[in-house]
Write a protein that binds this ligand. Structure first.
Ligand SMILES: *[C@@H]1O[C@H](CO)[C@@H](O)[C@H](O)[C@H]1NC(C)=O
Ligand SMILES: *[C@@H]1O[C@H](CO)[C@@H](O)[C@H](O)[C@H]1NC(C)=O
Ligand SMILES: *[C@@H]1O[C@H](CO)[C@@H](O)[C@H](O)[C@H]1NC(C)=O
Ligand SMILES: *[C@@H]1O[C@H](CO)[C@@H](O)[C@H](O)[C@H]1NC(C)=O
Ligand SMILES: *[C@@H]1O[C@H](CO)[C@@H](O)[C@H](O)[C@H]1NC(C)=O
Length: 576
């Protein structure tokens, strides 16, 4: 007992430095110090405001500040959004807060690299402190900060109707969620030195809609000089779900649902501006049941960034000159499209046969804009390795490949190429994450599902060791090493952490990528990721003539509420 007590006293005196009260532009904040190792702690600040409570569909405004010391020890509300099952809403308008994780050794840290995380959730849901597992938020930055020696910042931004409603013109330009992200990154740049960070060494990173957001932040002319590097995990601005194509039609549909349908758009907007945010948020939900075999999940992901002539002045593919000075690391999970495939073609996860007709039906849904010719062309490309009597597993995996390629992999490869081709000295890195899934109940052939990379990057195998095996700690250690080295130097191989294998840069002429799993060896470096399929979609497919299909737009339209909870829940999980 006495010995323990003494040990405790010694531990406290051996304790690492901590920041105590920090002066920010808005006032003083005080966080909490968490012990990690014998001589290491992480100072955690939760719920620091980076902007004022935003006006409805207005850009974020500076926070007026506070007097006294703000106790930054609790996460603040998420931005108003539908719940996972979309039956009600949660969160608040007062949501523009961020959280900071600062690693400390025996001496107070200074000049640390900074990594700012943008959460995913289909631009519809999510928060800086999302998905608590055993009381530990998935995006808790302590392990990354401690193991990688970087400051981790996680930020909130508006989502759904409140974050992305747009008329596609100056009346309601849209992109409010992107402006929030921009305000958060700017706050970090102005204030992080007081926390021991280097404002010239900021990396933004994100997954899914957060990864596409990272890409949009890079493309925006407003980001010049704001940060230095960027990481996209499973999404880019070129992804077909990342940009709203017909914002006015969606705004009218939402107006109908909240009783604001008016012939005159200005009158409709006045009505929308007076409507209850909860009703507006619920009106932005998505309903999988509407598909009834007629469309694909992708069609339902509608509230998203727009070309507003301002933050995003042009088609994303025309803005890559703006990315030339950022180092960029981007990749996908090998089965990023699996959840989507399971909703669009449910038989892939069951004993049921997945038929040629089902594969063609999926392709028809994805390639609507090109009509029937595209279906046989794409089917030809994807069945070329089938032989005369393909095993069911081959057919089912093909369905997953189609969704992964279309929604994630091909757009990411194009973004990497456009970045590398435009780069002026900045570096480009490409990866494929292919750990076997840990989600119970899936067929044995399922590899890395959408978002399954995050648990390793955020060090869950270390913070909740009982639910993981040693191989999970291996991949977690590798990812944290590559990611934080990249944040420190722009090169994932160089920095504070040793890496298992040299990851070569992606260039104009060579397209290597690192295959990331628990066993990284020389043979994990491969070349030309799915290049036949990248070529198919970018050359063959894009050269097919487009067809007009106006009726189709209306099909996924008339709303029937309720029921089908499981399928809705499943869909939302996949878009985390
Ligand atoms: C970024 O941080 C690393 C490590 O602290 C340092 O070597 C590098 O010079 C920094 N870069 C800038 C632009 O300050
Ligand atoms: C650089 O980016 C622009 C878009 O800003 C794109 O049109 C162009 O093709 C890219 N350059 C190269 C060499 O790929
Ligand atoms: C799948 O197979 C089961 C059992 O054979 C059958 O009851 C069910 O209707 C099938 N489902 C589909 C979508 O074909
Ligand atoms: C990038 O440049 C390479 C080499 O010139 C070229 O083959 C490739 O098509 C370019 N990619 C894009 C997307 O422009
Ligand atoms: C790791 O991969 C190498 C080939 O890259 C293979 O020879 C070895 O058996 C693998 N080890 C494990 C534990 O899977």
């Amino acid at each position: 007992m006495m010995l323990l007590l003494l040990f405790g006293v010694w531990l406290n005196s051996a304790s690492a430095a901590n920041l105590g009260v920090v002066q920010t532009e808005g006032g003083q904040v005080e966080g909490q110090s968490h012990r990690m190792g014998l001589f290491s702690t992480v100072d955690v600040f939760k719920g620091i405001p980076f902007a004022d409570v935003p006006g409805k569909w207005e850009k974020p405004k500076p926070h007026p500040g506070w007097s006294g010391i703000l106790k930054a020890t609790k996460y603040r509300d998420r931005c108003l959004q539908v719940t996972l099952l979309q039956t009600k809403t949660q969160g608040s308008d007062d949501c523009l807060y961020l959280n900071i994780f600062v690693p400390q050794g025996r001496k107070l840290s200074t000049n640390l690299p900074v990594m700012v995380y943008l959460f995913g959730g289909a631009f519809l849901l999510g928060a800086s402190n999302d998905v608590a597992v055993l009381g530990n938020s998935l995006y808790d930055g302590k392990e990354m900060a401690d193991r990688g020696g970087v400051i981790v910042v996680t930020v909130n931004y508006r989502v759904g109707t409140m974050g992305f409603l747009s008329t596609g013109d100056g009346r309601l330009p849209g992109n409010y969620g992107l402006w929030d992200q921009h305000a958060a990154i700017s706050w970090v740049r102005r204030n992080i030195r007081a926390f021991g960070g280097n404002p010239d060494n900021v990396t933004i990173f994100g997954q899914s809609a957060g990864a596409a957001s990272v890409s949009f932040q890079m493309l925006s002319p407003y980001s010049k000089g704001l940060f230095r590097r960027a990481i996209s995990q499973g999404g880019v601005a070129l992804s077909p779900w990342a940009l709203q194509k017909n914002p006015m039609a969606l705004t009218k549909k939402i107006a109908r649902k909240v009783g604001c349908s008016r012939k005159d758009v200005d009158v409709m907007l006045t009505c929308l501006k007076m409507s209850d945010p909860v009703g507006l948020t619920l009106a932005g939900k998505i309903n999988v049941l509407l598909l009834l075999g007629k469309g694909v999940v992708m069609d339902l992901l509608q509230l998203a960034p727009v070309i507003d002539g301002d933050f995003i002045p042009d088609e994303p593919s025309q803005l890559f000159h703006n990315t030339a000075h950022f180092d960029y690391l981007a990749g996908v999970n090998s089965m990023d499209g699996h959840f989507f495939a399971g909703v669009d073609v449910p038989s892939i996860n069951k004993k049921n046969v997945t038929s040629v007709e089902q594969v063609e039906g999926l392709l028809a849904g994805l390639t609507k804009e090109k009509g029937n010719a595209a279906v046989s062309s794409a089917f030809g490309a994807y069945s070329s390795h089938w032989g005369s009597a393909p095993e069911q597993e081959v057919v089912k995996k093909t369905v997953v490949d189609i969704e992964t390629d279309f929604l994630f992999l091909v757009p990411t490869q194009i973004a990497l190429q456009l970045h590398a081709n435009n780069s002026s000295g900045a570096r480009t890195y490409s990866y494929l994450f292919d750990m076997k899934t840990r989600i119970p109940g899936f067929p044995h052939w399922v590899e890395a599902e959408h978002a399954e990379d995050l648990q390793y990057l955020f060090g869950k195998p270390f913070s909740i060791p009982l639910v993981y095996f040693p191989r999970h700690r291996d991949v977690s250690r590798y990812m944290i090493a590559y990611w934080t080295n990249f944040a420190r130097t722009g090169d994932p191989n160089t920095g504070n952490s040793r890496v298992p294998v040299l990851w070569p840069p992606f260039t104009k002429l060579h397209q290597p990528y690192l295959t990331i799993n628990h066993n990284i060896t020389k043979s994990s470096v491969r070349y030309d990721l799915r290049s036949d399929y990248v070529t198919y979609w970018t050359k063959t497919y894009s050269n097919l003539p487009s067809v007009r299909r106006e009726e189709e737009e209306e099909e996924v339209e008339e709303e029937e509420e309720d029921g089908g909870m499981n399928r809705e829940g499943k869909l939302i999980q996949l878009s985390v």
